[in-house]
Design a protein around this ligand. Structure first.
Ligand code: LLP
Length: 392
């Protein structure tokens, strides 16, 4: 690993002065990513919604809202946060298998664009609450297409064994039921097959499944103004500098080529990780370097409470020593201070010789990093630093 490259990526001397751990967001990377998405969808009836669950940091979501992107939400808290950040309610979609009454009421009160409905009981409750509030709920039915996205089992959502969505076999019955409900406006179908998907094959299969369902619905005289393909496009965790911006061209090309659209139809996408993943790094300090049974440990002041992905999904994140000037490389297990054996960021990681006080960056942490942090062990939540606020 070249340390020059590392120093080139980070304003290290400015970061040195700040107490750790914190999330460092490179706002240029975020803006470039948003620009590429805009270029790729131009001229197509595609609408992007940013999945706030990936990162709900107020500054990040405000920037994204200004870029003319909608919001994809999974809780009342996220509806509120999206409204505060300036997303337009008509451009909000709201998913989740367990929407509570207050959350549904909040969505109705704000007149959000679409509830992605995941079950018959939910459909009935939304209809009843909309009736009480004298509103009409715009909805899409979330279908579980039974497609394996070939990603980690905790983030696969579209197979028969997952809790998400409505089984394809039940679709016709539920569509008819939805059409008959007085306070429901059925606008389309929703799909989301999983997250961190790096092969385009599952998306091609998704398009083919959607085309089949669509043809069948059309033969029954049912027309949908919108289709929602969910999110899930993966990022390159092994080479964040080589692939700072995900291959949105390849991704959107799949839908441009394989999805059969009817005139006037709009395709919605709910992207989270691919928008914010590469703009964020968790920056921390080495508290101690210790040796046990011939193994060397770098003990950081950041732990699984700040970034849980390695502990929860055995996820790989590149780790860089930002300050070591050593040309010699050593092998370390990189761990946090939390009282759990799973508080490990990487095993057998090669770094320039690392010492107490060295500044470390854990890369590709912009998505599902800060948003999944906790106060376990009564630790403080990490705070955030933005590249354009630093005086470099
Ligand atoms: N739409 C729905 C309905 C979802 O459930 C999700 C993510 C998304 C969109 C956005 O997916 P994305 O484009 O970010 O892949 N904590 C895990 C990821 C959980 C994803 C949950 N659903 C991780 O750290 O890998």
């Amino acid at each position: 690993m070249s340390n020059d490259k590392t120093n080139h990526q980070f304003p290290t001397s400015s970061l040195q002065a700040i107490s750790t751990p914190f999330y460092y967001y490179d706002m240029d990377v975020l803006h470039e990513t948003l620009d590429v998405i805009k270029q790729q969808i131009e001229g197509f009836p595609f609408k992007i919604h940013y999945a706030l669950k990936a990162n709900g940091n107020y500054r990040i979501i405000s920037e994204i809202a200004q870029g003319g992107i909608g919001a994809d939400l999974v809780s009342g808290g996220e509806i509120q946060a999206a409204c505060n950040a300036g997303f337009k309610p008509q451009e909000m979609t709201y998913s989740g298998v367990g929407k509570t009454d207050w959350e549904i009421r909040l969505g109705l009160d704000k007149e959000i664009g679409c509830f992605n409905v995941e079950s018959v009981p939910e459909l009935e409750v939304i209809n009843a609450l909309a009736g009480e509030m004298e509103k009409t709920a715009h909805i899409a039915l979330r279908i579980n297409p039974n497609i394996d996205a070939h990603t980690h089992k905790y983030i696969t959502t579209g197979t028969a064994e997952n809790k998400f969505g409505i089984a394809i076999e039940d679709l016709e019955t539920i569509v008819n039921q939805a059409i008959a409900l007085p306070h429901i406006d059925l606008r389309g179908l929703h799909f989301h097959i999983g997250s961190q998907i790096t092969s385009m094959q599952p998306y091609v299969m998704l398009c083919e499944t959607v085309n089949r369902i669509h043809d069948r619905m059309e033969s029954l005289g049912i027309h949908f103004p919108m289709l929602n393909m969910g999110g899930g496009l993966g990022i390159d965790y092994s080479d964040p500098d080589g692939h700072q911006i995900p291959d949105f061209k390849q991704y959107f090309d799949v839908f441009k080529r394989h999805l059969k659209l009817r005139p006037g139809q709009v395709v919605h996408f709910e992207l989270g990780r691919s928008i914010v993943g590469q703009c964020g790094s968790l920056v921390c300090r080495t508290i101690f370097v210790k040796e046990n049974h011939n193994k060397k440990f770098v003990i950081l002041d950041a732990g699984m409470t700040d970034l849980i992905r390695p502990a929860l999904y055995q996820a790989h994140h590149e780790i860089q020593n930002l300050t070591s000037r050593d040309t010699a490389i050593d092998t370390y297990d990189i761990v946090g201070p939390v009282c759990e054996s799973s508080d490990v960021f990487a095993l057998n990681c090669c770094l320039p010789v690392t010492r107490r006080g060295d500044l470390i960056a854990i890369r590709s942490a912009g998505a599902y990093g800060e948003s999944m942090s906790s106060t376990y062990n009564m630790r403080s939540l990490p705070y955030s630093i933005f590249s354009d606020h630093l005086q470099v």
